[in-house]
Write a protein that binds this ligand. Sequence first.
Ligand code: TNX
Length: 498
Amino acid sequence: MLNPQDCCACLIPKPTSLLSAKGNFIISPNTKLLIKTEDEEIAAIGNLLSTYLLETSGYEIAVTDLSVDQSVGNIKLTLNGDPNLGEEGYELSITTDSIQLSANFPAGLFYGVQTLQQLIPIHRSGTLRHSFRSQDDALSLPAVSIHDTPRFVWRGGMLDVARHFFDVEDVKRFIDLISHYKMNRLHLHLTDDQGWRIEIKSWPKLTEIGGKTQVGGRGGGYYTQEQYKEIVDYARSRYITIVPEIETPGHTNAALASYAELNSSEEAPALYEGTQVGFSTLWINSEITYQFLEDVIRELAALTPTPYIHIGGDEAHSTSKEDYKKFIKRIQEIVISHGKRTIGWGEIGEAEILPGTIAQHWVGATYQEAKRQGAKIILSPANKTYLDMKYDASFPLGLDWAGLISVRDAYDWKPGSYMDGLEEADILGIEAPLWTETILTMKDIEYMTFPRLIGLAELAWSPKGQSWEEYKLRLAVHGKRMEAMGINFYRSPEVDWE
Ligand code: TNX
């Protein structure tokens, strides 16, 4: 059993290297946060940390320019230009005198701040609030020296906002939670048979009609372009890249119901509120379809500052092979013409893969075809990473077509060698999708996601060589932290929760 007060031993994801030392750094009313204040991005990270320290220590920690002050007694955040830290790594040194966090880029400082947060002990009240009234109740951080860089560049979650719609506040909370575990991608599955969730100004009926429904019929909804930008900006401030997905050519009933001219029958089908897959397809041999995609991708690309547009491509059971190949080639050309890179589900390996395209494996072996054509692969094997699979047979939420995924199952596999024919260098990283056919509320989202996602976040960040026996001890202690963070997590019987 780990000592719950030994936060260094309980970090998730586990850092690349960590050396504990004697003593603590105590946060006092005089502690200052030293940064280069003229750098707005670093100032924003400094403000996030000082807000967190105010909540946990009770002290207003002044954010001050580092040119005018000294390290001793203070917390210092700097960019030190150490190329060994890469784009996302950081170094954190806590001594009895000072806290020094440095990185090569701001993202590294952000991740160092997440580690710092996990080093704040849980107060005996069970919360993260320490009392500033008495000395022995003060907030103190253990002396430690950490050097930490990620294993994979792609560390993601996916939220299906099409089967059930989740509002901007829910998405922001999801971003906060996953970024705390150093994830850097949020894939939003924006369209499917049951709903179209992103405003497209040149095709307004997509949301006026196609946005009205969801699984089970209650509710629905969509993001205006303004709201979508708000999500993108919020995610950016947490070093998360939003990856928007417009699912094609199947999973398109919401679009087909909105515009008759997208159907080969030239008749619009009814809106759909069930959970079957594979029955819808865009009209592949009509130029209107490509005009439609051109408009959608143009508008989406303009809202998306980052390089990726996901075009779906899975389960196109109502599209002939020949049509599918033609379609996948053309849609990649459209994405490229807007300066973006295409991501598609593994099936796109059956078609011609253009330079820069990424394939996301979920089931089957088509990823191998994609790899052969030069694509990099994102790992989302359904039997390990699908957060919508039940934890056990009696679980109230979720599906089980890919099997039951216990907390151990989601953690205890080796991403570098799990997939036939893939080597570490072929793999961009790991993404954990949450499909929401059975998921209705934010509480449901959290229950399916935690704690499986944080194990997957560790597989994506920490060096290889994981051991479930070791991890489950850290997770057991981490339960208290999730409680203090207000996360509705599943207390799996595989873990001896503190
Ligand atoms: C398969 S994964 C799907 C989704 C479903 C999911 C349910 C994938 C690319 N397609 O449409 O929501 O299973 O687990």
